[in-house]
Design a protein. Structure first.
Length: 458
């Protein structure tokens, strides 16, 4: 029968530092170290005026489990290698996920696809797929439900993540930009990317504004600044829980450009250490933007899979209200349409009503909206009967032979030639049956055209 209907919703340079950044391990402050304010101002100016640079982020999070019955928790490690040039960004996350950000548009692909020759494609994600919420709103969302979680380290991990966003990205970090830059990943390692939306100065601003930095050493023109940063009250209030302080080291070269950043954050059962290396400031670099056949502009739809589909009569209702959209998937666990792998693969066609603009605006806060739907699941009749031998009875909705399952209230399955069509909808039975009566064969190109508009949630 029909699955749950579609519902609208919602780096190389490695740093040598491997131990804790304990203040005792730092060199003692020298009397001839430069004025901190001047160092920070010059660093900000250098970063703000930069045309390009490369960076490597190495982050590791350790969880200390006190309950022996829970076993051990392996350290979580993430790496991001990237290059920034005039507002355009290219990243490689954990050596497996590649992304390019050009303005408000993001392109992403798994790295293995780059080895597939001419067949590899990028997925393009337009700007309105990302929530460009401010940091306070983001912290409010990740802080929700912390007190209700029964796993002891979850609250501490979320607090450490919240601190990382503030100390690495800055209090004005862009959540949407960080998500674009990593194909959707917005964990601790990606926090620094939240300050890259314009000039990448978030981490410099955090050091200048959220603590009292001191210059602890200056040698060979490299100045080391250290500070303990504290989250602003308004962001703590938005998160709804205490946010731990962060210990920060920033190395600034003789040209005023940052060369390394180290941030350590601890909270009860969790500690995280992030190390960032900066190189190749203002060196010419080209970040190509995928285009043409390199880009899959409709990643929600497998057009070729649909065109190769055999063994099914494609059918669609002809009397749905104007403006309704279509989402297409399969009964494969991934929803992918891959003919030949399973002769009994079913095709799910979820027709849905458009979401009002005012409701779309409200969905940015993570809420959901259940709109009207008419869902059909097309399955070869032999496969449907193998799964359920209940015979179809004549004279069903629309005059089609039909059958029902007493465990699936409101759903009905009709027989159209060699294809069974299982139907579920939000309509009352009489209206549902009237729509069923309009089911008719449809060619694959018409179906593809109907599903070419990006569904909400993509």
């Amino acid at each position: 029968m029909v699955r749950r209907p579609w519902v609208a919703v919602l780096a190389g340079l490695a740093l040598a530092l491997v131990g804790a950044m304990a203040a005792a391990a730092l060199p003692a402050t020298r009397e001839d170290t430069p004025e901190v304010a001047q160092v920070l101002a010059a660093a900000r100016g250098a970063v703000e005026g930069a045309t390009s640079f490369r960076f490597v982020v190495r982050e590791q999070t350790h969880i200390i489990v006190s309950d022996e019955s829970a076993g051990s928790v392996s350290p979580d490690r993430t790496s991001i290698e990237g290059v920034w040039s005039d507002g355009r960004l290219h990243t490689l996350t954990d050596g497996s996920d590649e992304a390019v950000v050009d303005g408000d548009t993001a392109y992403s692909r798994p790295v293995e696809s780059a080895e597939a020759g001419a067949d590899h494609v990028w997925t393009m994600t337009p700007d309105d797929s990302f929530h460009d919420e401010n940091l306070a709103s983001h912290l409010q969302r990740i802080g929700m439900g912390v007190d209700n979680d029964q796993i002891e380290f979850v609250a501490d991990k979320k607090a450490v993540e919240a601190a990382a966003w503030i100390y690495l990205g800055g209090a004005d970090a862009s959540i949407g930009f960080a998500a674009r830059a990593t194909g959707g990943y917005i964990g601790i390692a990606a926090s620094i990317l939240g300050g890259f939306a314009g000039a990448p100065i978030g981490f410099v601003e955090a050091i200048a504004e959220l603590g009292v930095p001191a210059a602890v050493d200056e040698a060979n023109g490299v100045t080391v600044l250290v500070a303990t940063l504290r989250a602003p009250d308004d962001l703590v209030e938005a998160f709804g829980h205490p946010i731990p302080d962060g210990t920060v080291q920033l190395e600034v070269g003789p040209d005023h450009r940052p060369t390394a950043l180290r941030v350590r954050i601890e909270r009860e059962t969790v500690w995280s250490q992030t190390e960032v290396a900066f190189t190749d400031w203002n060196e010419p670099v080209d970040i190509p933007v995928p285009s043409g056949d390199e880009v899959d502009a409709t990643p929600w739809l497998n057009e070729e899979g649909l065109r190769e589909l055999t063994g099914l009569t494609l059918v669609a209702p002809t009397a749905l209200p104007e403006g309704w959209g279509l989402a297409v998937s399969s009964t494969d666990d991934s929803g992918a349409i891959e003919p030949g792998l399973d002769e009994c693969m079913g095709l799910q066609l979820d027709w849905y009503a458009p979401i009002p603009e005012d409701v779309l605006d409200d969905l940015d806060d993570g809420s959901t909206y259940e709109n009207d739907y008419f869902s059909t699941l097309l399955t070869p009749v032999d496969c449907a009967l193998d799964e359920d031998p209940t015979p179809f009875q004549p004279g069903g909705p629309g005059g089609f032979p039909s059958r029902t399952d007493p465990n699936l209230a409101g759903q009905v399955e009709v027989l159209m030639g060699d294809t069974t069509v299982a139907i579920d909808s939000s309509f009352p039975v009489a209206e549902r049956d009237a729509i069923i009566a309009t089911l008719a064969p449809v060619d694959v190109e018409t179906l593809i055209a109907s599903a070419s508009e990006r569904p909400p949630g993509w």
